[in-house]
Design a protein around this ligand. Structure first.
Ligand SMILES: Nc1nc2c(ncn2[C@@H]2O[C@H](COP(=O)(O)OP(=O)(O)O)[C@@H](O)[C@H]2O)c(=O)[nH]1
Ligand SMILES: [Mg+2]
Length: 302
């Protein structure tokens, strides 16, 4: 039996639906999804199997015009993901069309996409009329030589099976890269930190989610099969700490509870989660924080 395996990078503007598509392909939530931009920070790998092929989806941070160090590191990680992949899928939002951001990505693809299979996935088709789709597909295909175009809804699942089957055929012959039952390539401690960060992102307003990071500090296995997990939320200002704690600690309590419940479901066992908030003014400039997120600090200078 010949098997196939390889990496498929999903790229696109923030909010295009890359993480939603990753999770749908994998059939489990391996990447956090929120309605806010820049939720995904690192390259997250989700593994799916289609026939004899093992598809490793690389969910990337969104591509946008970077301004700050964290932005630069995220954008570098996204392009890095594309450059290392066997196949690249560009996600474009159907209802937004060819934005300036999409144009910038197409410029970048002119380099990275050379000699590589690049497909177009017009996502969120549930939000537009079909007439719009044909024109958009034509426009995009005039701007870049995509190997194939798919119309999908990552959220509703439309068109996703066709995309998965086509991708499986594009991958090179190779032994599988991960054990059959592995669905994500991210250390558990990081998955746990991401779950807490998702709950924080959903609950807090405006810029605050961007200004914090979550790290799993300790993971202790207990004899009764449960685990104790200690996490730290780093913020850069005292005021932010107060907001996250909330009145009498209510906010952090609710966030920890939501994160714990999701973790317990994901891991299938009892978890004792303790979340502390620490002020660390310069965390956005600390190399260690970036390596904890799986980002390259020196990318920040690119
Ligand atoms: N209507 C609609 N919304 C979607 C679809 N795919 C993703 N979304 C929503 O778009 C937002 C951003 O999704 P996410 O996967 O985090 O985007 P990412 O930044 O590219 O990873 C979330 O609120 C998703 O629920 C889709 O096919 N249709
Ligand atoms: Mg994402």
């Amino acid at each position: 039996m010949t098997t196939r395996a390889g990496f498929i990078a999903l790229i696109g503007e923030p909010n295009a639906g890359k993480s939603t598509l990753t999770n749908r392909m994998v059939g489990a939530k391996v990447s956090i999804v929120t309605h806010k931009v820049q939720t995904t920070r690192a390259r997250i790998r989700g593994v799916a199997i289609e026939g004899d092929s093992q598809l490793v989806f690389v969910d990337t941070p969104g591509l946008f015009k970077p301004r700050r160090r964290l932005d630069r590191a995220m954008v570098a990680a996204a392009w890095g993901g594309a450059a290392d992949a066997d196949v690249v899928v560009l996600l474009v939002e159907a209802h937004r069309g060819v934005t300036d951001g999409v144009k910038r990505i197409l410029d970048g693809l002119a380099d990275i996409g050379k000699g590589r299979t690049v497909a177009l996935a017009i996502n969120k088709i549930d939000r537009v009329k079909s007439e719009v789709l044909l024109a958009l597909s034509q426009d995009l295909n005039e701007r870049f030589a995509f190997a194939k175009t798919f119309m999908i809804s990552a959220e509703k699942g439309y068109g996703v099976d066709d995309l998965r089957a086509w991708l499986a055929d594009q991958l090179p012959e190779s032994p599988w890269l991960y054990p059959e039952d592995q669905i994500a390539d991210l250390p558990l401690r990081m998955i746990a930190a991401e779950m807490t960060r998702e709950k924080l992102t959903l609950r807090l307003h405006q810029e605050l989610p961007y200004q914090l990071t979550v790290e799993t500090e300790r993971w202790e296995e207990r004899d009764d099969g449960s685990a104790r997990i200690d996490q730290i939320v780093y913020v850069s200002r005292d005021g932010h700490k107060g907001i996250i704690l909330g009145n009498k600690g209510e906010t952090i309590k609710a966030i920890s509870k939501a994160a714990r419940e999701e973790l317990e479901e994901f891991l299938g066992r009892k978890i004792h989660l303790f979340v502390q908030v620490k002020v660390r003014e310069k965390w956005l400039e600390e190399a260690e924080r970036y390596s904890e997120m799986g980002l390259d600090f020196k990318d920040g200078n690119a």
